[in-house]
Design a protein around this ligand. Structure first.
Ligand code: ATP
Length: 539
């Protein structure tokens, strides 16, 4: 698994993702998509929309406003309970989501280096060493008051100061301790900071809602919130969409748009930010059919990611435990991806029951119901919600595509994107940039291919360098135009170009009139068929 630093550095170098406001020192919780990043993310959103809306006759789309009436957030329950447990370090001041502290502590440098020690004399040395405890966890009770802690453990009197002496055997065997026991000893029973080992405050709920005042004068401005999810825009429009589209149950409304959460600890690159984009579906069904539809959507969404290249071993489903279910949910399953920092949520698929429609009916006074022709009754549909993150999906596709290989003794970095996701689909490369006929043919070819696929022209380096550059941004196909293509005084033009496949580095030579149908096959993943027809050679 590639580490995140490599992805962050490639993203910056090649124009996928930049730190927001970088020239001002950066804003840690926001990221900007560069020229290639915007193509990649747009492709993710386009494929999601195509597969979930355009290719289904039981779905329609919506694009609701980001700011909504403040009552929406009362009805939805967000004002009362959309919060995460917050804790802060009383020594270094770092903030944490209380439910993330354990994981962060396990991954911290101080815990990992402590775990590598063999015996208590080593621990004693670690505490005193400038590279050990003093540097890594200066506020850890063990580091601050080692004598007191050793004393406690051994039940000896207050005069004992050395553990490395003859009394060392009286301490519990270090290797025999469970993680929980070791933590309890070194932290002296308190909850400690993953950063410095200091004491953490008691967890308190912290609202994730970002306030906004609409209007020119602060005192009279309408106080509302930036939406923390796109879902509520769909629920409040349920009746509008129903009347306008005349859809029958079961049917869904899809929306892609920005959402905002005042996350306690944004981080892990674009995985957790305060501003992000969601791709959400609210799928309305007859009560009683909800469990079956929930399972169908779990299966459908789980199959979607591998369709565009995510390796099956890198995604899994995780069922929510009863005690972690949101207040509205009957059942929720998360699709998780093996990100560089470990398994983490990519998408949540919840059975939200009739909670939201009922709440908005009650708070707005407007019935949000469906007339069922069969039973001749008005009913409140149940809702299945597949809720995905556009930024998290983009990050997962980027991480999964990243490969390092060795080619003829040199490292090749290649992003093996599915052709539908690749930001650039084709690069046209002239073999000799001083040959006017080659350049002219290559530029004309670029302009022609651009009408169907995003194509770039590049003549700024040797062919080997140009191939590597395109590999590094995941361009699936390079086309070279050479002397044979355009002819010279020795031989007439053969009007053929060479297509090179990014993954295998194999090449085929194809005549210009056949190029477009061949490219069509290649984009559909039929390299083997094309190679059989046209014969292959290696780069
Ligand atoms: P987490 O447990 O990671 O905070 P969540 O369960 O609160 O996520 P949902 O409310 O289910 O997330 O939101 C649906 C999807 O929106 C998530 O699966 C994720 O892809 C995306 N998402 C949620 N919060 C963020 C965020 N802060 N940054 C980026 N994407 C996010």
């Amino acid at each position: 698994m590639v580490d995140m630093d490599k992805i962050v550095s490639l993203s910056k170098r090649r124009g996928f993702i930049f730190q927001s406001s970088e020239i001002y020192g950066g804003l840690g919780s926001a990221w900007d998509y560069g020229p290639l990043g915007v193509e990649l993310k747009n492709n993710v959103k386009r494929l999601w929309w195509r597969d979930n809306v355009l290719l289904r006759d039981d779905m329609v789309g919506l694009d609701a406003a980001i700011t909504m009436h403040p009552r929406v957030w009362e009805a939805s329950g967000h004002l009362a309970s959309f919060s995460d447990p917050f804790t802060g370090c009383l020594d270094c001041g770092r903030h944490y989501r209380a439910d993330h502290v354990e994981e962060a502590r396990k991954n911290s440098k101080w815990w990992q280096s402590l775990k590598e020690l063999n015996d208590w004399p080593d621990v004693k040395k670690w505490v005193q060493s400038d590279k050990g405890g003093k540097k890594l966890a200066p506020n850890l009770p063990l580091v601050k008051n080692p004598d007191q802690i050793f004393q406690k453990m051994r039940g000896f009197g207050p005069n004992l100061t050395s553990v490395a002496g003859p009394d060392a055997h009286a301490l519990p065997e270090l290797q025999g301790l469970t993680d929980a026991m070791l933590l309890n000893i070194v932290a002296d029973g308190s909850s400690v900071c993953p950063n410095c080992g200091g004491k953490l405050s008691d967890p308190k709920p912290a609202s994730l809602m970002l306030k906004v005042g609409l209007g020119p004068v602060d005192e009279t401005a309408t106080q509302t919130y930036l939406r923390p999810e796109t879902a509520q825009g769909i629920f409040v429009n349920f009746d509008n969409v129903l009347q306008a589209s005349r859809k029958k149950l079961p049917f869904g409304i899809a929306q892609i748009g920005k959402a905002f959460r005042n996350e306690i600890t944004p981080g892990n690159f674009t995985f957790r930010t305060r501003e992000f984009e969601q791709m959400e579906i609210e799928f309305f069904v007859l009560p009683g059919t909800d469990e079956e539809w929930h399972q169908k959507w779990i299966d459908e969404r789980f199959a979607w990611y591998p369709r565009y290249g995510i390796r099956k071993e890198n995604i899994r489903l995780r069922e929510h435990e009863k005690d972690e279910l949101a207040h509205y949910a009957k059942r929720t399953a998360d699709i998780e991806y093996l990100f560089p920092m470990g398994w983490s949520e990519l998408e949540g698929i919840a059975n939200r029951t009739d909670f939201d429609l009922k709440q908005h009916s009650e708070f707005s006074g407007k019935a949000l119901e469906y007339f069922d022709e069969e039973s001749k009754q008005k009913i409140v549909p149940y809702v299945i919600e597949p809720s995905a993150g556009a930024d998290r999906s983009t990050l997962a596709f980027l991480v999964d595509a990243y490969h390092e290989e060795e080619v003829r003794g040199e490292k090749r970095v290649v992003l093996k994107f599915h052709p539908e996701l690749a930001p650039i689909k084709i690069a046209v490369l002239p073999l000799l940039k001083k040959n006017d006929r080659i350049v002219e043919t290559a530029k004309k070819l670029t302009a022609d291919l651009r009408k169907r696929w995003y194509t770039v022209y590049d003549d700024t380096a040797s062919i080997g360098r140009l191939y590597r550059r395109q590999d590094e941004v995941g361009t699936p196909f390079c086309i070279t135009v050479d002397v044979q293509t355009v002819g010279d005084e020795k031989a007439p033009a053969d009007e053929k170009v060479t297509i090179r496949d990014r993954n295998t580095m194999e090449q085929v030579r194809v005549s210009l009139p056949a190029l477009e149908p061949v490219m069509e096959k290649l984009m559909a993943g039929k390299w083997v068929d094309v190679a059989q027809e046209h014969g292959i050679k290696k780069e």
